[in-house]
Design a protein around this ligand. Structure first.
Ligand code: PLP
Ligand code: COI
Length: 342
């Protein structure tokens, strides 16, 4: 573990840092044990383990934040618990009780409270629950032993640009998910396949890829690790839940903030990438636990680029960022009932 005194909480990126405590529960003979807190560390795993050979695994991403008064908040943790179980079902993993999940999250956060970045740093304690097929297999079928682990890492912004616009590349070559596949589950397999496209795109100077749908190769799906929004014809549009996008908790919250706090008309629909090149599209941003609200400065497809708002964050992205992070850090009244205190 790294001593929290040796961490500069004011210059954190999104990189692994070892903290003090993790939670581990085991599922054997058809049932979960009670689980326990233990020092963060390695464990033994069979080379024939199902997760290593066939990728039977899911994860979640959450954040604990420090408010101005020192209180620690979680954002809609019950949503993560429920999505975790939907993913578990899809990947033939055992579900975990929602209340137990939230109580395990709280206990890991409390144990690692010295790693929560201070309020004025803008950072967070990122919480990473993972669940995977631990037992050995040879044929392609589920393991019969499973592990749930929850660990934490202090983080700063996901994109090094912070709350500045990122440059995205639309891909006509790579697809993230297809109908009937696992796109809406937070399975580890969905991420491994995006590493090569992301690396190639970075070499061309872009922060990330904007993925299109697998069937028409035309409609926006999402960014590698965040959902997508655009202001088009004065309405806030986001790709509809098609089964191929990750149904983000921030996405859902943005839609509620935009309609209920900003009085914007919101639409969940198919958005052609061609619409992003029209004058009627005035602003774009992406959303996620790690990405929070990240404005999009430019998009590019096969050399055809469009720059938005002189690369400055748009008005809607800025307002939503302020409202969302204000609620999360208790600076703004939580009318929605989204905050759980640790
Ligand atoms: N899309 C993908 C592929 C993601 O990995 C994430 C991150 O969790 C999101 C979208 C945003 O989801 P959320 O807002 O629940 O963090
Ligand atoms: C999150 O926002 O929590 C994510 O899961 C993104 C992650 C892949 C870094």
């Amino acid at each position: 573990m790294v001593d929290p005194k040796d961490i500069d909480f004011y210059s954190l990126g999104f990189n692994f840092i070892e903290t003090k405590t993790m939670f581990m529960a085991n599922h054997k003979n058809g049932k979960w044990d009670d689980g326990e807190l233990m020092p963060f560390g390695s464990f033994e795993i069979s080379p024939a383990s199902c997760v290593l050979n066939y990728g039977q695994g899911i994860f979640e991403g959450m954040k604990a934040l420090k408010a101005k008064n020192g209180e620690i908040t979680l954002f809609r943790p019950e949503k993560n618990a429920k999505r975790f179980n939907l993913g578990a079902k899809r990947m033939l993993l055992p579900e975990y009780d929602v209340d137990k999940f939230i109580s395990a999250i709280k206990s890991v956060v409390k144990e690692n409270k010295d790693y929560i970045p201070p309020y004025d740093s803008g950072g967070a304690l990122y919480i990473r629950p993972i669940l995977f097929g631990y037992g050995p297999v040879l044929g392609v079928h589920s393991a019969d032993e499973f592990k749930l682990i929850i660990f934490t890492v202090p983080v700063g912004p996901y994109f090094p640009e912070g709350f500045k616009g990122i440059n995205l590349e639309i891909s006509k070559e790579y697809i993230r998910a297809a109908p009937g596949g696992t796109g809406s589950a937070k399975t580890i397999c969905n991420y491994a396949g995006t590493m090569l496209p992301a690396k190639e795109s970075k070499l061309r100077g872009f922060s990330q890829i904007l993925y299109l749908d697998a069937v028409h190769n035309e409609y926006i799906e999402e960014v590698g690790a965040a959902n997508f929004f655009a202001m088009i014809n004065g309405k806030l549009a986001t790709p509809r839940k098609s089964g191929t996008i990750l149904e983000g908790i921030t996405r859902e919250s943005v839609l509620e903030i935009a309609s209920k706090k900003l009085g914007l008309e919101v639409e969940e629909r198919n958005i052609s990438y061609k619409e992003l090149y029209e004058e009627t599209c005035t602003e774009m941003f992406c959303s996620g636990t790690a990405a929070v609200i990240t404005p999009i400065a430019s998009i590019s497809l096969e050399g055809k680029s469009r720059i938005f708002n002189n690369r400055e964050p748009g008005e809607v992205a800025t307002k939503i960022y302020e409202l969302l992070t204000g609620i999360q850090r208790l600076d703004i009244e939580d009318d929605f009932g989204w905050i759980t205190k640790v």
